[in-house]
Design a binder for this molecule. Structure first.
Ligand SMILES: [Zn+2]
Length: 228
């Protein structure tokens, strides 16, 4: 890390100590003593522009967060490999006993964009390309639904439909399926537009994404392609 970046992070930490930590000091103390009891598991993209706590105005201890490239959920597959996302899902459901899982996709997602690029496999991207296979099924549906000439619309559609596929993948986990069927666990599909700061939720009766909360309805919706 360059000295300049380190200096910025150091100053940022000092600001956190003097402002944010002080404001939440009592809360941190209770969380340290009593342990965490988050309100939901949030599965979001690693993208630096998607900030789960900020976009939901959450406080320390509110969200148990998984972030990975593309906010994908690999299907349940017990084998000898290391599965970070699966382990965190199991922990959230079986140990923390959370009652809500949010899968949050986002606009201008680099992972979704990569699905449409011809990337040659090398020793340096082998895990990335394998992981991106989780977006192939959503991509197929998107290509059947949106004209390929409208690249931005195709990408936005893929980002959204992928969320629905990841919700389906969640149901391959026995612990998730069992609790959903019992009415003890609720799955939510969200989509965050980074350009306008708007979250939409997936309505599984209307099969569409709608603004989350009445205030969101006043915000404009854009559909531009941008830097990923
Ligand atoms: Zn992304």
């Amino acid at each position: 890390m360059s000295d300049k970046k380190l200096e910025e992070f150091t100053k940022g930490h000092e600001a956190f100590r003097s402002v944010n930590f002080k404001q939440n000091e009592e809360r941190f103390k209770i969380l340290a003593e009593e342990g965490q009891n988050p309100k939901a598991l949030f599965i979001g993209c690693s993208d630096s522009r998607v900030m789960p706590a900020m976009i939901t105005n959450s406080k320390p201890g509110d969200l148990f967060i998984i972030r990975n490239i593309g906010n994908f959920v690999a299907p349940y597959r017990p084998d000898a490999d290391y599965h970070a996302t699966a382990a965190a899902i199991e922990y959230a459901i079986s140990v923390l006993e959370l009652t809500d899982i949010i899968v949050c996709g986002h606009s201008h997602c680099g992972a979704i964009g990569a699905l449409y690029k011809d990337i040659k496999p090398t020793k340096e991207n082998i895990h990335t390309l394998k992981w991106l296979e989780l977006g192939e099924a959503p991509k197929k549906i998107a290509m059947m639904s949106v004209p390929s000439t409208d690249k931005a619309a195709l990408l936005r559609y893929t980002e959204k439909i992928s969320v629905v596929f990841q919700l389906e993948n969640l149901l391959t986990y026995p612990a998730v399926k069992k609790r959903v069927e019992k009415g003890e666990l609720f799955l939510h599909g969200w989509y965050y537009d980074i350009e306008v700061g708007l979250i939409e939720y997936y309505d599984d009766e209307k099969y569409e994404f709608l603004p989350l909360g009445s205030k969101s309805k006043t915000l404009p919706s854009k559909n531009k392609e941008g830097k990923q």
